[in-house]
Ligand binder design. Sequence first.
Ligand SMILES: Cc1cc2nc3c(=O)[nH]c(=O)nc-3n(C[C@H](O)[C@H](O)[C@H](O)COP(=O)(O)OP(=O)(O)OC[C@H]3O[C@@H](n4cnc5c(N)ncnc54)[C@H](O)[C@@H]3O)c2cc1C
Length: 386
Amino acid sequence: MAFEDDHSDYNALDDDAFRQLVRRFLAKHHPPELRHPAKRLHWHEAKPWYMLLSRAGWLAPAWPREHGGMGLPAAKHLIYLDEFETFGAARTPDHGIILLGPLLINFGSDEQKLQFLPRILSGEDIWCQGYSEPDAGSDLASLRTEAVLDGDEWVVNGQKIWTTLAGDADWIFCLVRTDKSGKKQDGISFLLIPMGTPGITVKPIVNIEMDDEFCEVFFDDVRVPKGNIVGKINQGWSMAKALLGFERIFLGSPRQASNALAKLRRLGEFYGLTKDIAFVGRYAAFQMDLDDHQCLFGQVADQLRQGRALGPEVSLLKLNQSNLYQRITEYGLEIMGSDAGLLHPLDGNRDLAMAGQFLNARAATIYGGTSQVQKNILAKTLLGLT
Ligand SMILES: Cc1cc2nc3c(=O)[nH]c(=O)nc-3n(C[C@H](O)[C@H](O)[C@H](O)COP(=O)(O)OP(=O)(O)OC[C@H]3O[C@@H](n4cnc5c(N)ncnc54)[C@H](O)[C@@H]3O)c2cc1C
């Protein structure tokens, strides 16, 4: 398929022209049946959209051009996210794009970059994230899944939990314990494991939306080549922390709140509330909160692009965004009255559904580090409280 909107140098466009380009792209290419999905899509559902983005070179807005990304600076990345969300574009299985890609670009060997990055962009490898364990969520450094070196292979035993879309994934990037002798943070390594390896069992967990979005993953004597470690052995913790930084940047981006606010507006129109002073007041307050948030996000994203280390501001981003997302979806249900419990769109209009997003927003203050954990980080690092 030819992409007449293709523009090899997005940065030569001014922001308005870029926004129009993104709008045209979405209007023309996004599969209509995937707009505003009520739940996180599985790979078989999202694949056509992923592959279309891949062919257009639009999958990885933040990756540098030399690695196949769009190389967008913060302002344009924000426009990209904003337009995707306002349009209701479907989120694809994106752990490879958002999490592993930036990690490999920063810490991977040249061989690893060559082996993995193109296959993420081509949709040949779909990744999932194996961090959390039954007794190691917020206290991630307590993880016990163990990898023991046996000749040229690691032998992995243990269990991960809450692994999003693990059943769809070809690979999992895992934090594993490779040394139990010292401080717990010092004995952790970052290991890449093919999901098809004998000894891996995936068990789906049904979530609040009655969907099997995440899973338990069990490892029984799973043998993995020695070279699948990223970075140095026992030094996975610092990379994992960097990855959590990338994750919090993504989760702290205004996309979810922006999407929910666009929907709130349409719901207001649907229920004839656009002249109702209470609705207009609440809507305007949300819009101002979103504008503030976009400003903060732009600053942090710029900092990342300039190669400066991410500070505790990423925790502020994640905390603020998830809180705003929840507040908007809560108000959306309030104005829907007796329609609030409907998981399917009103009048068959995909723009008019809030219940799925309301449920989805519950999880936003948990994944990627809970709100309490973000507050602890901010209390220690910004406020100097111990
Ligand atoms: C939708 C969803 C998708 C997810 N996807 C993935 C995934 O793909 N891969 C993955 O590895 N993980 C994933 N997770 C797991 C997620 O990272 C963890 O749920 C999260 O880190 C919290 O850990 P926990 O569930 O073990 O809760 P716990 O750490 O047991 O926390 C329970 C409660 O105690 C509070 N708490 C804990 N410690 C403190 C403290 N020190 N101070 C104050 N309060 C505290 C927490 O805030 C929380 O309210 C996902 C979670 C969700 C909800």
